[in-house]
Structures are given as C-alpha cells and as structure tokens.
Design a binder for this molecule. Structure first.
Ligand SMILES: Cc1ncc(COP(=O)(O)O)c(C=O)c1O
Length: 395
C-alpha cells in the first residue's frame, strides 16, 4: 500500500480504515444522526439498532455474547476501566494485582496509580523470547490477588502470551483475568470464552476501523464481575461506561470486525508469507540482524529487528519511501531504548538499534521487496567507513 508514493508498514501504530467501514459510517453522520438513548422517535431507534448490530459483529469476532461488549473511546480507556474498575470494586477480597513488565502503558500506568492508592502490584519479568512463564504467574498469585492482566499480543514485538494457562492459574485463586487483546484481534483467531478471559480490551483503529472507539468484553456468566466505573453520568452501557455513544464510530468498528472475520483465514497466512519474505530478505542482505522476541509465537505481520552497529533511529530517519517505527508510537518520541526490548535483556545499545515492521492488509510483495532493498542500501551506507558506530561492541 502506497500513499503519495510512501509505503505504510506501521500497522501496529494504527491502520487505515477499510472502505467498507467508512461507507457504513457515513449515514450515521448524516441522516441517521440520532442518539441511541432517545427512546421516543425513529432517529433514536435507528441509531440504537445500528449500535446493537455492531455489538453483534464485534461479539461474533471475539466469540462471546453481544451483551458482554461495552463500548469505550479506545483501548486506553478499556485497559483503565478493566484494571482500575476491577481493583477498586474488589478491595473486600484483596489488594494484590499481577501484570507483566512488557504490558502497554495503559495497563502499567493504571497499575502505578493503584499503587499510590495502596494496592500492591507484582510486575512479572519475561524471558529472552518476550514470553511469560505460566509457572512464574502461578508463583506470584496469592489469596488476596484480585486481578491478573496480561496482553494477548505485544504491540512492539508481536509475541503471543500463553493466555489460556495464565487465565486458568488466575481462576485457581479466584482472581479475574484481563487481557489487552488490541494487537491480537483481527490478526489471530480470538475466542475470549475459550481463552478463559473475564475481560478483554480491543480498539477499532488497530483493525481497520475508525480512531476514538474501542470496546471492553466483560464476561456475564457467574461468578458475577464487580466493576467500578471511571466515568459517572447517564446510564449508558449498563452504567459502566456512561456517555452518548459514538454511533458512527461504533458502526465502523462493527463493519471492520465483520470484514476482519471474513478475511482472517486468508489474511493471516498471506501476512505470514510476507513477513518471512521480509525477514529472509533482510537477513540475507544485512549481516548482524537479529529478531527480537519469539518468532514461533508471534502475530503473522510483525517483525522486530535489531541491527548490530547501526542505530535504529538513524536508519529509520534515513529510509525513503517507507513508514516504519522504532517501537510503540506512544513512546517513539523518547530517545531511550524501548522498555519492552530492555525487558528481553537486550543491552541498551542493541535495544536502540531496533526497527518494528508492521505488515498489513494492503501491503504487497513489491512493498516488501522495496523495503528490503532500501533498508539494505541505507544500512550499508551507515556502516560504511566514517559512519558513527553504536550497538554491539561499541559500549
Ligand atoms: C497493546 C495495546 N494496548 C492499548 C493500546 C491503546 O489503544 P488506543 O489507541 O485505542 O487507546 C495500544 C495502542 O498503541 C496497544 O498497542
């Protein structure tokens, strides 16, 4: 996919909205502009019908009941709601929470805030492959643990955590299990019930829907989940997330889920083949590249590479005709090495040399071949005589 001649290969940061999602949204800005909370006229009923259709489309993709989906403004809000909402509503049971050091900041910073409120948080380390050991989770659990929050797929290195084992361990001590499934949904089959998740966060703009809309799955079956809302106001979304619903966004989100469900069986192997073409192409052209995170347990379109003796940021800035990133968009303004890569045990120098490739729906083999050539050309130039050298062996 090229826009003004530039290949977009940063699909973990965000994705372009699918034309079907955009087309579905349009009438809900125009003649079907009603508020779904308006119960006395057709404008409200039409909007409500659209919201409920979208709820069904999202539930179908996640493998749950429509009533278990609550709409939010995005996954940052869903993560906040899950972590703070569960912790604060279950203090009579305990004040201990478990998460991993490689979680998204929306989870980590919620945990930090709860620590200031008197909660105790265990931050689990990951292995060199970026994966958690379920035995470590088990050891961290206590009778007063109320929540375990572990992401399904990492946004930087794409690794897939052993969610089912972790959920089962959490349930053994009566703790709830939340998963940030933002980077998994639409990329791998997500079945929240089979995973044993009590709560899951998802975001439309990471899966070819619009920005500013997300959802949280909250399991309905017993034991009942007690959750404190963060916002107060009207009674929308069962009072858990009050506020007038973003109807056009929700409609686009639902349509994006429908398209994702339809595409997944063909799109996942296609992206995997592109990813392997990219990995082999770059490894064949540039010596001293290494893959960060497990290659086997990974979303198909993700590749995160470190380049010995080249600073990733310098390489990125030198690349022409391709949009890539050095880590999560939220932290990419900082010059520090990614906290996710540091957690894998990479030395600062090597962690700073990383580039994240995020392949998506409209990327082609030609895009991949161009990127291989461009990265190889610029890497050779940066490693050439007189070039500044950092990374392995330089510190
Ligand atoms: C794993 C993960 N969780 C949460 C978020 C936040 O999502 P949103 O942009 O919808 O707030 C992101 C986006 O970067 C993400 O990658």
């Amino acid at each position: 996919m090229r826009v003004d001649g530039i290949i977009y290969m940063d699909h973990h940061a965000t994705t372009p909205a699918d034309p079907a999602a955009v087309a579905a949204m349009r009438p809900y800005f125009e003649e079907r502009f009603g508020n779904p909370a308006s119960k006395t006229h057709i404008f409200g009923w039409t909007a409500e019908e659209a919201v409920e259709r979208a709820r069904g489309q999202i539930a179908a993709l996640l493998g749950c009941a429509p009533a278990e989906i609550l709409f939010t403004s995005g996954a940052t809000e869903s993560d906040n709601l899950a972590v703070k909402g569960i912790a604060r509503a279950n203090v009579d049971r305990g004040r201990h929470l478990v998460t991993a050091v490689t979680e998204h900041k929306a989870v980590l910073d919620s945990m930090h805030l709860l620590e200031e409120e008197g909660f105790e948080v265990t931050y689990l380390p990951v292995g060199r492959d970026g994966l958690l050991d379920p035995a470590d989770v088990r050891r961290a659990l206590r009778p007063d643990t109320t929540l375990v929050s572990i992401m399904a797929a990492n946004g930087e290195i794409g690794v897939l955590q052993p969610i089912c084992e972790i959920a089962a361990a959490a349930h053994e001590v009566g703790a709830f299990f939340h998963t940030d499934a933002v980077q998994a949904v639409g990329r791998i089959p997500v079945r929240v019930e089979e995973w044993g998740a009590d709560l899951a966060s998802i975001s439309a703009h990471k899966m070819y829907g619009p920005k500013g809309v997300g959802a949280i799955y909250v399991r309905r079956r017993s034991p009942r989940i007690r959750m404190k809302p963060i916002l107060t106001g009207g009674g929308q979304e069962g009072g858990i997330r009050p506020g007038t619903l973003n109807v056009p966004g929700i409609v686009g989100f639902g349509e994006a889920c429908r398209v994702a469900q339809q595409n997944l069986p063909t799109e996942a192997p296609r992206l995997l083949a592109l990813r392997e073409r990219l990995r082999e192409g770059i490894a064949g052209r540039i010596e001293g590249t290494r893959v960060n995170g497990s290659l086997e347990r990974r979303v198909p379109g993700n590749l995160n590479l470190s380049f010995e003796r080249i600073e990733g940021e310098t390489l990125l800035m030198s690349l022409e005709g391709v949009a890539l990133s050095s880590g999560s968009a939220c932290t990419s303004k900082s010059v520090e090495a990614s906290y996710v890569l540091r957690a894998l045990g990479l030395p600062e120098g090597l962690a700073q040399t990383s580039i994240r490739f995020g392949l998506g729906r409209w990327n082609t083999e030609e895009d991949v071949d161009y990127v291989i050539e461009e990265v190889a050309r610029k890497a050779a130039r940066l490693r050439g005589p007189g070039a500044a050298r950092i990374g392995v062996g330089s510190r």
